[in-house]
Design a binder for this molecule. Structure first.
Ligand SMILES: Nc1ncnc2c1ncn2[C@@H]1O[C@H](COP(=O)(O)OP(=O)(O)OP(=O)(O)O)[C@@H](O)[C@H]1O
Ligand SMILES: [Mg+2]
Length: 286
């Protein structure tokens, strides 16, 4: 590639980044929920943290589903009949406001449920970018992005092009996850994005009969991992059958079971994230 072409490409990349930054200028904080491993509960955690920030702190939250191939944020919210509003003339997408204070944008709005989205790398990148460039979130306190598993094209694009406060890593209490957590931490370091902390999901469950805590995946190791890798530990979340029950009932778990002990655990995690974001803000101001 000639020097001139390289410079043109570079300036096109910068333009995209600038437009995305501009669209997010009224969103105070932005975090991405990530894990290298699939199925550990990223979507469940993203959706319910969003609901917890709304329910416990009255915050205005944006929830972005970055998953192109398995976009299931609306499903995890228990929603089937809401969609963003598209202004084709202005080329602007207004996210669906699904509960008071919770705005959602998902790649699933762009295709029918049963249709697989088949895109190769460069197309995925431009797909994600065009959605980020077009979505107008308005004024929000926080954006939470639910990422697909791994560190593929769409995550790379999203993280490189979005001015993030940091990454929250979700893991399960499984010794096989340690390598995945380390990879996610190194990914953050490589892209110069702060790791805000680790959440251990499905850490334990309460016996419905006697209330005793059982650790179905073995002893919790999230805190130990966080100490080992020198990143904050944000808390443990239990396995709770009401999480999937709630999806069937059509409401995010935290809003549906607001007084449950599991919802309280989500609240504790939101509190830790908020305090980290606030101290980061103070550090930046000095
Ligand atoms: N704390 C929990 N209690 C009960 N069920 C849970 C919990 N966390 C996740 N699940 C269930 O585990 C399954 C996987 O969760 P989820 O889809 O959130 O994982 P994911 O990491 O987003 O997966 P993917 O890597 O495919 O995006 C879902 O059926 C979800 O309902
Ligand atoms: Mg998911």
């Amino acid at each position: 590639m000639s020097k001139e072409n390289e410079e043109q490409l570079e300036s096109a990349f910068e333009k995209v980044k600038e437009e995305i930054k501009n669209k997010l200028k009224f969103v105070d904080h932005k975090i991405a929920i990530l894990s290298n491993k699939g199925g550990v509960g990223k979507t469940t955690v993203a959706v319910n943290l969003a609901a917890a920030f709304v329910a416990f702190y009255g915050m205005d939250v944006a929830l972005l589903d970055v998953d192109i191939h398995g976009p299931n944020v609306p499903k995890a919210l228990g929603l089937s009949n809401v969609a963003p509003r598209v202004d084709e003339e202005k080329n602007v997408i207004y996210p669906a406001v699904v509960f008071p204070r919770l705005a959602v944008m998902s790649m699933s709005y762009m295709a029918k449920d049963e249709d697989p989205i088949v895109l190769r790398g460069p197309l995925k990148t431009s797909y994600i970018n065009s959605i980020l460039q077009a979505t107008d979130w308005g004024r929000r306190d926080l954006l939470i992005a639910d990422c697909p598993p791994g560190t593929g094209d769409e995550i790379l694009t999203f993280i490189q092009d979005t001015p993030l406060d940091g990454i929250v890593i979700v893991t399960a209490p499984d010794p096989l996850s340690e390598m995945d957590v380390k990879k996610a931490i190194n990914f953050g370091k490589l892209l110069k994005v702060e790791i805000l902390g680790i959440i251990e999901n499905m850490s334990y469950m309460k016996c419905p009969h006697c209330g005793e805590e059982i650790e179905p995946f073995g002893e919790s190791i999230g805190e130990e991992m966080a100490n080992k890798f020198d990143v904050p530990f944000l808390g443990k979340l239990p396995f709770d059958p009401n999480v999937s029950r709630s999806v069937r009932e059509g409401k995010p778990f935290v809003l549906n079971y607001l007084d449950s002990s599991t919802a309280k655990e989500f609240e504790k995690v939101t509190k830790k994230i908020l305090s980290i974001l606030t101290s980061k803000e103070k550090r930046a101001a000095t």
